[in-house]
Write a protein that binds this ligand. Structure first.
Ligand SMILES: C[S@@+](CC[C@H](N)C(=O)[O-])C[C@H]1O[C@@H](n2cnc3c(N)ncnc32)[C@H](O)[C@@H]1O
Length: 344
């Protein structure tokens, strides 16, 4: 006998299967946002606390439950949600986040104070801005940059400051490197994009030789330290949603300290790095802000009027009245972490 797909017999037969599916989705903490290309935004069991919201107040972070329920879920349920964070435009990246990363990267390398002649791995090197700093300032024996985005790597290969570096397509979750093959593994502004930051740290530990360094810096997202925070606040005030990094929790100082310690690293230290960038005018700041990898696709999809509204809110935040212009100084903060691989 053939059963028609819409027949009552068939529908009743499907009920147990439907119930099991709903139960397993619930157990997994709900549906994953459609845009979360890098995986679920969940908090690992041992990280809890609270996260300051840019708009004021605190968002509690509950162990084992999805982070930023209010933001991530809002995004997932909206029609389509914002587009995924994409790092394909390397030139735009250079002008916005790259310039900021260079500022943080300089202070970070001063803090690391590495010996000369080391073998470096830059994980999630993007367009090579931090790789270039390593090549320029650390007199390395070798530098290799790894990133999943071929367009960024093309740009990196053309940088004059990273001419001695090698670049390869690769994933931080499964580094294409031999065990103990480098002396320093670094992640600049990458950890909070990984689906499983603990695995990313474990991969760096695997490829670093005993006595070597595993290090990273991340925007202090919980305290609005990202250079895009000012734009994010303005967009939310205008009722526009912005994508959230899938593992934003991993950027916090307490989280990196725990990740590094749990990975078996020794001499774990953290520090905050605050940098300032001067823009010759508000228009110059606005032009650069519109290039942010997470927010650019959202802004492009808005009407002229909505973009003007957001621009006005940004102007307000930097303390300029309507029509005022003049130099603007902006600030960003990162949390840096370093630890040493055990010798035995
Ligand atoms: C904010 S950018 C940082 C780029 C560069 N490190 C810097 O300091 O400017 C984040 C980078 O992480 C990369 N990325 C995202 N997921 C990754 C993964 N699973 N493995 C390695 N890199 C990843 C992106 O392609 C992007 O280039």
């Amino acid at each position: 006998m053939r059963t028609h797909l819409l027949s009552p017999v068939f529908l009743v037969a499907c009920l147990p299967m439907l119930a099991r599916t709903v139960a397993s989705v619930r157990a997994a903490g709900g549906l994953r946002p459609s845009h979360a290309r890098w995986g679920p935004a969940s908090v690992p069991p041992r990280v809890a606390g609270r996260c300051r919201l840019p708009a004021g107040g605190f968002l509690p972070i509950t162990p084992g439950r999805p982070l930023a329920d209010r933001f991530v879920r809002r995004v997932s349920t909206a029609a389509g949600g914002p587009p995924p964070i994409s790092f394909q435009d390397a030139a735009a990246y250079e002008r916005m986040t790259g310039a900021w990363s260079r500022l943080v990267g300089r202070d970070f390398l001063d803090w690391l104070a590495p010996a000369r002649g080391l073998r470096w791995l830059d994980v999630g090197c993007g367009n090579g801005v931090f790789t270039g700093l390593i090549a320029d300032r650390c007199a390395p024996a070798s530098v290799e940059g790894i990133d999943p985005e071929p367009a960024q790597l093309d740009y990196a290969r053309r940088r004059p400051d990273s001419r001695d570096a090698r670049f390869r397509v690769g994933d931080a979750m499964a580094l294409p490197c031999l065990p103990a093959s480098v002396d320093v593994a670094a992640m600049a502004l990458v950890l909070f994009y990984l689906p499983d930051p603990a695995r990313g740290v474990a991969q760096m530990v695997r490829v670093v030789a005993p006595g070597g360094i595993v290090c990273a810096y991340n925007w202090d997202l919980a305290r609005g330290g990202s250079p895009l925070a000012v734009l994010g606040r303005a967009m939310r005030r205008a009722g526009v949603e912005t994508p959230t990094a899938p593992s934003a929790w991993a950027a916090a100082e307490e989280a990196v300290r725990r990740l590094w310690t749990d990975a078996g690293l020794e001499d774990v230290q953290t520090r905050r790095i605050t940098v300032r960038r001067e823009f010759e005018s508000f228009e110059a700041l606005w032009e650069v802000l519109q290039l942010g990898a997470s927010t650019a696709p959202v802004l492009r999809g808005l009407s002229f009027g909505k973009r003007e509204e957001i621009k006005g809110y940004v102007r307000e935040q930097v303390g300029l009245g309507n029509g005022d212009d003049g130099p603007v100084t902006c600030e960003a903060s990162a949390i840096a972490v370093k630890g040493r691989v055990k010798r035995s």
